[in-house]
Design a binder for this molecule. Sequence first.
Ligand code: PLP
Length: 404
Amino acid sequence: MPIGKAIGIRQGKRMAQKKSQHVPFHRAFVGKEEIKAVTEAIESGWITMGPKTVEFEEKFRTYVGAKYALAVNSCTAALHLALEAIGIKEGDEVLVPAITFTATAEVVCYFKAKPVLVDVEPDTLNIDASKIEDGITSRTKAIIVVDYAGQPVDYDRIKRIAKKHKLSLIEDAAHTLPSWYKGKKVGTLADITCFSFYATKTLATGEGGMITTENPKWAERMKIMRLHGMNRDAWKRYAKGGHWYYEIVGAGYKYNTTDMNAALGLVQLKKLEMMWKKRQAIAEMYHKNFTTLPEIICPVIRPDRVTSWHLYVIKLALEKLSIDRAQFIEELAQQGISTSVHFIPLYRHPFYQEKFGFKAKDYPHSEWAYERMISLPIFPGMTKDQVAQVIDAVKNVIKRNRHV
Ligand SMILES: *Cc1c(COP(=O)(O)O)cnc(C)c1O
């Protein structure tokens, strides 16, 4: 289906044909097929975790080429289970990038452990591998990396550092589906990989997540802790052939998903690469138009990586403009373009400042990028007209506010 024909559920034809309408930041690419799948899951009479979840895990596992896949109700839950499985304890330290969503670091705090922020590379906004060792102490137990906007971090280099210091490597792959590092699909690059199926992500089920790992011991622990610390497939206890007996082996969590959610996920997984190609086409149009503008710094993708294009993040060359980023966003909004900022660096939030004393001056690249970054709309149902409208609006704002 060409981009111009793509539609969401509700937007109908109006938006596809008419210019200068509001362009949303995101719209989930769900339709009749998803509705049918969820309806079937409901009609099956088994609406919580069950056979659909098992099927989703199996298909996902096969798609990324991992040994184990566990469906959960969010990426945050996945990260929490991952840290529990590797044995994070009070007083431990875990390295995380300074620019990420709070979920990456909040899960460290659940254990009364300390997130240690590492500055990012100014061009990719991924964790700067050359700065990781500066943050390692005798208390460091793990590194959580984030593949920012969908571009994998430098796994070869970071894995070498993790091995040298005996640290676990956890991947927050909330943006990274599908993405490739040196030809290898994300899902087996780190010790444990955590995906998000939140409404705005590249595979969306409303809420949801998946954990993949090659380690049977961790997989077993996460599977048990996902559902109350029950030591067997306790979700089967009400099914035919299920058994009533189980034992509790830990103070587990309620992080399982549902078959309605898994049914949605199965359809989305089938559409994944088609949706990715649509985002890719949008990114190419943006790139073609923005790369010649001295006021815009386009995303940089390293030659050995392939991005999912979850986000398209431009940076403003502020010295060439008479306005700041906030005003730029405001003027785009006045032209009907919704944008976002990914992310407000963790050290700028009151909780992290007060609890850990983080200071902006320690993360110069993050600070530089934060003042300049804007996430433009990029979603599979976006029409050519909508993309053109965003490009025109960006050019207009520049024209009006160019330093002369
Ligand atoms: C969205 C996101 C998460 C959280 O995902 P949920 O599924 O909503 O828990 C974690 N990390 C990053 C980088 C994200 O963008």
